[in-house]
Design a protein around this ligand. Structure first.
Ligand code: 5AD
Ligand code: SF4
Length: 442
């Protein structure tokens, strides 16, 4: 009988997309996916190393896998992704029950490695990073839903001093436009309504001189595709061409995730972020001029080494000036191997915590005030799932990425529906389903 595997994913959307690639690869080799970890012959965990907290979660999961293996010793356990890349020695030494350790550029070897391990060959480790691997011509086995993740580039060359990604995922490399478009066409014919183009640094996409805006323009021509999103861009590569192509195509969502990280020039320089406070603010102005009503979100790190209270106030000041629609907020977490991990002027834990709370508090107010501005407007919502609140309501997003709850009427998942926004509560909008319009893709 064919072996079954269970795969669990932590971390970013890139990891979700990578797990879908791995599932596609294993299914094509005859392995069966199971959602029952106790029944699985092989257990994989696709890991994230971006913050200590992400690693801690995986470590505690590994304890559980060890118990399962004690009950069923023939179970194969594999650690994949960024932690595998980063912590292979540590894992080999302290977690002898782990059979396979594979970094993000080695997934093609998975079937061969399962085979070898089944034949009791010693622990199998491959964490070589590649300058070329983009997993072209592998077919992902996608999770259900309306959105298909498509990875367009891998790795990162920015080397922000706090970030482990350039070390775990290696150098930047991009797929060809042709292969991305044909994967997107396939996703549409498989029934997906939206695609999200993924990369550690999507807008530094460069395939033989072809740039991100050219890719967006091509993908927007695909018939039947309702929406296109992308994440995550870097402020440095947010060219006017990208904004213009977003304005040109209605199906490219009016939403930009623009990671700020910090608002103070000295801290930004120490982070190697390549822009200054005022440059970031004028970039936001340019984005809003080109794309009225654009949804804007950000990433913020508080308590980077050496950040004084006064310097932290610059982060709050940028937030006040910009009014982001939402923010992902983090306390700085030291990542061994990065430049910032060598800095010694650490900010105390309680100070980081109180700064985090200030940022979260301010963002809550901004999210609500930004959402309130939408009350009275009519938005096109792509129906995504049933609302947790009631079985008569759908939840879906505006193209500017705001969640809206509204009555189902006769609409179905995957429909584009006109909704009049009637109320803004917390982070969610509520609306009235005006008509159910099965919009032919424009
Ligand atoms: N500590 C805290 N946050 C971090 N991020 C990346 N590295 C770290 C770190 N060492 C955050 C950044 C990035 C997001 C994906 O994770 O804000 O944009
Ligand atoms: Fe990390 Fe900076 Fe690259 Fe983003 S741009 S993945 S934060 S190094």
């Amino acid at each position: 009988m064919n072996k079954s595997y269970f795969i669990e994913t932590y971390g970013c959307q890139m990891n979700v997309a990578d797990s879908e690639l791995i599932s596609g690869l294993l299914s094509s080799e005859g392995y069966n996916k199971t959602s029952d970890i106790h029944a699985a012959d092989i257990i994989f965990v696709n890991t994230c190393a971006i913050r200590e907290h992400a690693e801690d979660k995986v470590h505690s999961r590994l304890g559980f896998y060890n118990q399962l293996k004690q009950k069923k010793p023939e179970t194969i356990i594999g650690i994949l992704g960024c932690m595998a890349q980063n912590l292979k020695e540590d894992i080999l030494e302290s977690k002898p029950f782990v059979d396979i350790i594979l970094g993000p550029d080695s997934y093609r070897k998975l079937p061969e490695m399962i085979n070898n391990r089944s034949n009791k060959i010693d622990h199998i480790v491959d964490t070589k990073l590649s300058r070329y691997e983009v997993y072209d011509n592998l077919f992902p086995s996608r999770n259900e839903g309306i959105n298909a993740w498509i990875s367009i580039m891998r790795g990162c060359d920015k080397f922000c001093t706090f970030c482990i990604v350039p070390f775990t995922r290696g150098r930047e490399r991009s797929r060809s436009i042709d292969s991305i478009v044909s994967e997107a066409v396939q996703a549409v014919s498989d029934g997906f309504h939206e695609i999200t183009l993924l990369g550690q640094n999507v807008n530094s996409y460069n395939h033989q001189g072809q740039k991100f805006h050219e890719l967006l323009d091509e993908v927007a021509q695909i018939n039947g595709l309702k929406r296109i999103r992308y994440t995550s861009p870097h402020p440095q590569d947010m060219t006017q061409e990208v904004l213009d192509v977003m304005r040109k195509h209605q199906k490219i969502c009016n939403y930009v995730h623009l990671p700020l990280q910090a608002g103070n020039d000295r801290i930004l320089k120490r982070m190697n972020r390549t822009y200054k406070k005022l440059e970031f603010i004028s970039l936001v102005k340019r984005i809003r001029e080109t794309l009225p009503n654009v949804g804007l979100s950000t990433d913020i790190i508080v308590g980077f080494p050496g950040e004084s209270k006064i310097e932290f106030n610059d982060t709050l000041d940028v937030m006040e000036k910009v009014h982001f629609d939402s923010a992902y907020t983090f306390k700085y977490s030291s990542r061994p191997g990065t430049k910032a991990s060598e800095f010694e002027d650490l900010v105390a834990e309680d100070e980081k915590q109180s700064r985090l709370e200030m940022v979260i508090e301010m963002q809550k107010k901004h999210t609500l005030s930004q959402n309130k501005k939408r009350v009275g407007s009519i938005e096109m919502i792509l129906v995504e799932k049933e609302s947790k609140r009631s079985t008569n309501h759908w939840a879906g997003r505006t193209d500017s990425n705001r969640w809206v709850i509204f009555e189902k009427n006769n609409s179905q998942i995957g429909d584009l529906v006109s909704v009049k926004i009637t109320n803004a509560k917390g982070i969610t909008l509520h609306g009235e389903n005006i008509n159910t319009k099965k919009m032919e893709a424009a």
